[in-house]
Write a protein that binds this ligand. Structure first.
Ligand SMILES: [Zn+2]
Length: 416
């Protein structure tokens, strides 16, 4: 017998969040960065097999691709589309040992997580849109993992729906499960040639109704300051202190362009890491902006600053390296208007009010967009991501699952 959609989603979600899949950005020689991520990928592989899927590609580097064959009237063809979710969770707070708690009928009051932490309505007014609904919260000691296991559960339910005998008509669908998204390196070893998708959708967003087609352009800039050490008692005119050089360099960066002073479409510089001593100091900066030209302007400014710092400290050396880490995916999405139209139409069919937002960050979709597959992002019903106050509304997960199915249906009507 078929179980109700919300129960199916909830059961899957609870099963997946209990598996320890916290990724570790400090591990550089192992992919994925934690064993639990493989454990979850293997579980998904097995569950997809049980659903009846045969075309499954598991890659030990940390990817699972499931290909769902088309179900269309004879002679009809439709484009292949993809959906993507990541199995790892962030390490901003403890991400392992998650003990989810289900609140079956939310009563509108503050939610006590444990003796120390309470999820307050005042700080989370969105809670009030879920009076009488089911929520999932943490026990206050870890994050929940709605980012992105809510998305994983939604894709698994989609697979089940599309493989069932009474499914909607649909073209070929590719499901892509990835690892280490939170480290930013998750797509590094991904071979995009395996995919046939014309476009893809990450189901990795926030609260009900939010969709995203724009993310930051991102650069990492590493600066090395080399000084000249000397006995401090006889240093005059001889010693060059690399710590002072780094301080001078960093002090020149406008504070008005920092993450803590910007929001909306404003970009920033962020000194993310500093280490060193008199002889050598190393600084890592993150640069972000929605406009590539603005990102390049900031890289340029830092390059000029490096030259100026060298001039201010004769004998000292400053070297700078910059790297574009990911790019605003909107540039590729706007080339194919059907990609967003599919989402809007799906929302309209369901009577869901959608709202387009911008991501002050990146997603695996941004990386996929760079590889040639435009990939906007869809809400999962998760709130307060990466924190112990994370919570998920089951009904919003359900709406996301329905939306995703409608998107599949939209593309079934597009001929190729
Ligand atoms: Zn995520």
């Amino acid at each position: 017998m078929k179980i109700p959609l919300s129960q199916n989603l909830l059961e899957r979600f609870l099963r997946y969040v209990k598996i320890d899949t916290m990724s570790d950005p400090h591990v550089i020689d192992q992919r994925p960065t934690s064993a639990g991520q493989i454990e979850l990928l293997r579980l998904l592989e097995q569950e997809l097999r049980e659903i009846g899927l045969k075309d499954l590609a598991f890659d030990p580097k940390g990817y699972l691709i499931a290909r769902i064959p088309a179900k269309l009237p004879k002679g009809k063809k439709a484009p292949t589309i993809g959906f993507m979710a990541h199995v790892d969770v962030a390490d901003d707070v403890m991400g392992n040992g998650v003990k989810p708690r289900v609140i079956e009928t939310y009563d509108g009051k503050d939610i006590v997580l444990n003796d120390t932490y309470t999820l307050a309505v005042k700080e989370n007014p969105e809670l009030l849109s879920y009076l009488g609904h089911s929520l999932v919260v943490t026990d206050g000691t870890t994050l929940l993992g709605g980012d992105n296991k809510a998305g994983v559960a939604i894709l698994m339910v989609l697979a089940e729906q599309l493989m069932s005998p009474d499914s909607i008509e649909h073209g070929p669908v590719e499901l892509i499960f990835t690892t280490d998204e939170e480290t930013g390196a998750g797509m590094d070893a991904f071979d995009v040639n395996q995919l046939k998708s014309r476009c893809c959708y990450t189901v990795d967003g926030g609260g009900f109704g939010e969709i995203e087609a724009e993310c930051f352009n991102a650069a990492t800039v590493e600066v090395d300051f080399t000084g000249i050490p000397f006995h401090l008692g006889a240093a005059r005119g001889r010693m060059v202190n690399s710590v002072s050089m780094a301080v001078t360099f960093l002090a020149a960066i406008p504070q008005a362009e920092s993450p803590e002073a910007t929001d909306g479409r404003y970009g920033y510089y962020c000194a993310e890491e500093i280490s060193g001593s008199l002889a050598q100091t190393h600084v890592v900066l993150y640069l972000r902006d929605f406009e590539m030209a603005e990102l390049e302007r900031r890289i340029d400014a830092l390059q000029s600053l490096a030259v100026t710092t060298e001039k201010l400290f004769p004998g000292g050396k400053v070297t700078l390296q910059s790297k574009i880490v990911y790019q605003n995916m909107y540039d590729s999405i706007k080339k194919d208007p059907l990609i967003m139209q599919a989402i809007w139409q799906a929302g309209e069919n369901l009577g869901i009010k959608l709202e387009e937002k911008i991501i002050r960050g990146g997603t695996d979709g941004a990386r996929l967009a760079e590889m040639g597959i435009p990939t906007p992002n869809i809400f999962t019903g998760s709130h307060n991501l990466h924190s112990r106050f994370e919570w998920v509304a089951v009904s919003a997960m359900e709406e996301s699952a329905l939306l995703v199915e409608q998107i599949v249906s939209f593309w079934a009507g597009v001929s190729i």
